[in-house]
Write a protein that binds this ligand. Structure first.
Ligand code: SF4
Length: 249
């Protein structure tokens, strides 16, 4: 597993590898965008056809997003290919994974961002349709024990902002970092924005604000076309988060 260094963050791309997901979140932006959760082109076949260069994005850090990338059948092949190209992988996932699968793919993954929209079983079930919050907790424990570089990621919405303290407490109790992200085009009160932004000063918490209306759930601040201002803003805020870790106020 390669460690992402601070200067790597200036060179990032994303790769969407599948629309399938075992969860069924009410406001899934992927289902909304595509109508169905479908499978994309077959990366393994492209690799075998010698077209690897066409599918490997530029940049040092590759964000793997879906659906849930863990549902992608050729994930081990793809990860190995990225590894041979010296790419550092950030995996965005809701974390429905078997330990056997994790053993195979974990050497090729530098960081995991685990979707955690709620920390009480009933709310988690209501949001995701997945009645297995305790399984998610087990995955967190397992990943921590296997020394995974793990961050829980929590989308802040008009409804979920009330759960921010308990989500933070949960992340602390599990010994993980927490990434909170919000769409600042939502009609938050300015005091609420200030409240969210104050979390930038909290140890082991990162904050990303973005402005795309469609995205912002399990694979966070990526716009439909992650480029230009949206990408620059992401990198700038990541840099700010990293500096906060080095020089806490
Ligand atoms: S975890 Fe993500 S991809 Fe899966 S249903 Fe929820 S929002 Fe959609």
């Amino acid at each position: 597993m390669n460690k992402i260094l601070w200067f790597d963050i200036f060179s990032q791309s994303r790769l969407t590898i599948g629309r399938q997901c075992r969860l069924s979140c009410l406001e899934c932006p992927i289902a909304e965008a595509c109508g169905i959760l479908s499978e994309p082109e077959d990366f393994a076949k492209l690799i075998q056809a010698g077209k690897t260069d066409e599918i490997i994005p530029p940049g040092k850090i590759i964000h793997l997003i879906g659906g849930d990338p863990l549902r992608y059948p050729d994930l081990p092949i793809l990860l190995h290919t990225l590894w041979t190209y010296s790419k550092w992988v950030r995996l965005w996932t809701p974390g429905v994974i078997s330990y056997e699968q994790w053993d195979v793919i974990s050497p090729y993954i530098s960081e995991v961002y685990l979707y955690c929209p709620a920390v009480t079983p009933s709310t988690y079930r209501a949001i995701t349709g997945w009645d297995r919050f305790e399984e998610l907790r087990d995955v967190i424990v397992f990943m921590k024990e296997s020394k995974t570089n793990l961050t829980l990621q929590f989308p802040v919405t008009l409804e979920s902002v009330q759960w921010l303290p308990e989500v933070h407490e949960f992340a602390k109790s599990m010994g993980t970092r927490l990434l909170i992200h919000y769409n600042h085009l939502l009609p938050f009160h300015k005091d609420t924005i200030a409240y969210i932004e104050r979390y930038r000063l909290v140890p082991d918490v990162d904050v990303i604000a973005f402005r795309n209306r469609k995205r912002g759930f399990c694979d966070i601040p990526f716009a439909e076309h992650w480029a230009g201002w949206e990408k620059i803003s992401f990198i700038a805020q990541e840099l700010r988060n990293r500096l906060n870790r080095i020089f806490p106020i």
